[in-house]
Design a protein around this ligand. Structure first.
Ligand code: UD2
Ligand code: MN
Length: 283
């Protein structure tokens, strides 16, 4: 169909592109952490459907998919969606939120879920930018732009739980963003990290192997609050996988290139696309 915001000018068609910096951003924003129910949140976001939204009056500069790995955190998900839709709309993005849930029988695997989210979002639209997002992190400043700059970006620089201090320089966990091309270049995440930890550090190694640079913005802007949760026990085997993963030929074999999965459900809900997935099963 005809894109929105198309105007006729001297016989030529010109598109009214959204401003480079979204208007009306205020800096620090509040987070509503009280537990609102689904109906309330859904009725608040009349303009959202299929987990997506795009600006009404201009054509968005960025098409962004927000990918969220998920298991058993329903109350977090409600708070997350309630916060994020308002936040993303204000940034005048064309965006969609994908929540990717792993089959109960398989130990949690954050990297695998991001790879699946990437493939499934890409089937839906030409997203140029991907944000890899924990469900329990909520941005505290609306000037933290959910876009993909020229280099991979670590976004959750300062988190209240860690006294707003970056834990270590190589940190790429929490919330990060990468362009579609960069993510393909590094072959996505490793599929081999089950349980807690390692997948984010392995991604960091892939970025370094490919001569990319991790960028961060000022911590007072890149600030987040983390919703409370019980901490999973760490996966003790992760160090070994991390070491072998430093090798570039391993990186090329483990990731998007050998990803096998089976989608059991892909439901376009109002506020998010819900993907339920299991590791490949013979059909
Ligand atoms: C840290 C990292 C996270 C990841 C993890 C190790 C930060 C701020 N976060 O998070 O990005 O690298 O360590 O794997 O550095 N999840 C569920 N259900 C579960 C388990 C995980 O939904 O049962 C999802 C959810 O989106 C969650 C994310 O995975 O936010 C990370 O898991 P976590 O919050 O339990 O781990 P945490 O806070 O130590
Ligand atoms: Mn967490």
């Amino acid at each position: 169909g005809k894109p929105r915001a198309m105007y006729e000018q001297n016989g030529n068609i010109s598109v009214n592109i959204c401003p480079l910096i979204p208007q009306g951003l205020v800096g620090k924003i509040n987070v509503e952490k009280s537990n609102t129910d689904w109906l309330k949140i859904e009725s608040k976001y009349t303009m959202v459907s299929n987990g997506s939204h795009h600006p009404e009056n201009c054509s968005a500069r960025h098409k962004v998919a927000i990918l969220v790995p998920f298991r058993d955190r329903e109350s977090h998900l409600r708070i997350f969606l309630n916060h994020m839709h308002a936040f993303l709309m204000k940034q005048q993005l064309e965006y969609a939120i994908y929540v990717v849930e792993l089959d109960k029988d398989i130990p949690f695997n954050r990297g695998f879920l991001f790879n699946v989210g990437f493939m499934e979002a890409t089937k839906d639209k030409e997203f140029g930018c991907f944000v890899f997002h924990d469900v329990d992190l909520l941005p505290l400043n609306d000037q933290n732009l959910y876009q993909c700059p020229d280099q991979p970006r670590h976004m959750s620089v300062a988190i209240d739980k860690y006294k707003f201090k970056l834990l270590y320089d190589e940190n790429f966990g929490g919330v990060s963003s990468m362009s579609k091309d960069h993510f393909k270049t590094i072959n996505g995440y490793s599929n081999l990290f089950f349980g807690w930890g390692g997948e984010d550090d392995d991604l960091f190694n892939r970025i370094v192997s490919n001569k990319m640079i991790i960028t961060r913005i000022l911590s007072n802007i890149a600030s987040y609050t983390m919703l409370p949760h019980i901490h999973a026990s760490e996966n003790p085997l992760r160090y070994e996988v991390l070491t072998t993963g430093k090798n570039e030929s391993t990186q090329n074999k483990d990731g998007l290139s050998n990803l096998k999965y089976h989608v059991t459900e892909k439901i376009y809900r109002k506020l998010f696309v819900h993907i339920k997935v299991t590791i490949n099963k013979a059909d």
